[in-house]
Write a new protein. Structure first.
Length: 177
């Protein structure tokens, strides 16, 4: 029994959900997303919502039932309001700037780091240390944020590095003299 998979997804105003063959197409004010349903998973589009069902009772199908429902719900939220991740740089000389479509990061290395965001992801920089990543695809926005953060994750001794806005970095005591 999948508790999440059995919940009906409500469709917000201005969003249309279609099923074309084995694909789900979601259109909204911010754009459109599509996703191929796995074999054995089916959706029913009703008057105000979407229901997800499965054909088999195998372990994989039970897992995919809830996953499919969550992905479709994320697509509906993405095309209606979008997703945002915010990063901040902390450290002396750490800064970011936009050059065309790519972001150039100065993170204390001997060279600048160039990052080109994936298609459908928009990056804005405020005050050279705040990075705002927006888009309609939750996976792409999260992946872009994780990729930028992976260049210099916040370290526990001085606390410098790239961190999510509001992330608490647990500080360690340095070497005792």
């Amino acid at each position: 029994m999948s508790r999440i998979g059995n919940k009906t997804i409500s469709i917000t105003d201005g969003v249309t959900v279609e099923k074309k063959g084995s694909d789900v197409l979601v259109k909204g004010a911010k754009g459109q997303l599509d996703w191929a349903l796995p074999a054995g998973i089916d959706i029913v589009i009703e008057d105000g919502g979407v229901s997800v069902s499965r054909n088999l009772e195998t372990k994989v199908m039970r897992a995919m039932h809830g996953t499919a429902r969550a992905l479709i719900a994320n697509m509906i939220v993405g095309v209606s309001s979008g997703y945002t991740k915010e990063l901040e740089l902390q450290g002396v000389g750490f800064r970011a700037e936009m050059k065309g479509q790519e972001i150039v990061l100065a993170l204390g290395y001997s060279h600048p780091i160039h990052y080109t965001p994936p298609e459908g992801v928009k990056i804005e920089i405020e005050k050279n240390v705040d990075i705002k990543i927006t888009g309609i695809d939750k996976q792409k926005v999260g992946q872009a944020a994780a990729q930028i953060r992976s260049y210099y994750p916040a370290e526990p001794y001085k606390g410098k590095g790239v961190r999510y806005k509001g992330e608490h970095v647990r500080r360690k005591v340095g070497k005792a003299v």
